[in-house]
Design a protein around this ligand. Structure first.
Ligand code: SF4
Length: 206
């Protein structure tokens, strides 16, 4: 008689056990693997790479980056670019633009050939780099020669005139982009000043 008496606790335990068994059985039937998960470490893409310190090219804040490069010779390839935690400027942080610097270098949409559209033409033609560089140099020299002003005569309040030294060309405007690095901008500035160009600006400064 005593064995026939089932306490409320026993009923509860049996009920939960049955429910759990049914649920687990259902999951197993659905193909769910109930064995303890085994963590597998993925190989880091930066494993065995060389690291080069660099600077984000996009704006004047100049956040530091680390460029990870793998391979040798012609197989050398950038595999990752991230913030440099040693940076006194940014402490390893990059804004969304800087964090996407990798795709500036590795991108199927990146043009790798010079395209030229002749005056009046409606389509672009591939031009080899040497020809393109010569064409840019020719046109730059032509524009500079046609617009270079050595002096200007100004009339003073008393009616006399003064010859003012200018040595400038207003026919050329230089606009740099944020992806141009310090070294490029240094040379660009020297070249433009040497030509007498005074309208020099860079988007990264804005
Ligand atoms: S674009 Fe962003 S990450 Fe790059 S230098 Fe400027 S603030 Fe830093």
């Amino acid at each position: 008689m005593a064995e026939a008496v089932i306490s409320r606790r026993t009923v509860l335990k049996r009920g939960l056990g049955t429910a759990a068994g049914t649920a687990l059985g259902g999951l197993a039937a659905l193909g769910t693997d109930l064995r303890p998960a085994q963590a597998r470490a993925a190989t880091l893409k930066i494993a065995d790479t060389r690291q080069y310190p660099s600077v984000c090219p996009y704006c004047a804040v100049g956040c530091d980056t680390v460029v990870h490069v793998s391979g040798e010779g012609e197989n050398k390839r950038i595999v990752n670019i991230e913030g440099d935690v040693r940076s006194p400027v940014s402490g390893g942080n990059l804004c969304p633009k800087g964090a996407a610097t990798y795709q500036l270098h590795i991108n199927p949409n990146r043009l790798e050939q010079v395209l030229h559209r002749a005056p009046g033409a409606t389509s672009w033609e591939v031009m080899d780099l040497e020809t393109a560089m010569d064409r840019v140099a020719e046109l730059t020299k032509q524009a500079r020669d046609e617009t270079f002003v050595e002096t200007e005569t100004v009339t003073n309040p008393d009616g006399t005139t003064t010859e003012k030294l200018l040595n400038h060309s207003l026919g050329i405007f230089s606009l740099g982009g944020a992806t141009m690095d310090n070294e490029w901008n240094h040379i660009q500035q020297k070249l433009m000043r040497g030509l007498g160009v005074v309208a020099i600006e860079n988007q990264a400064r804005i």
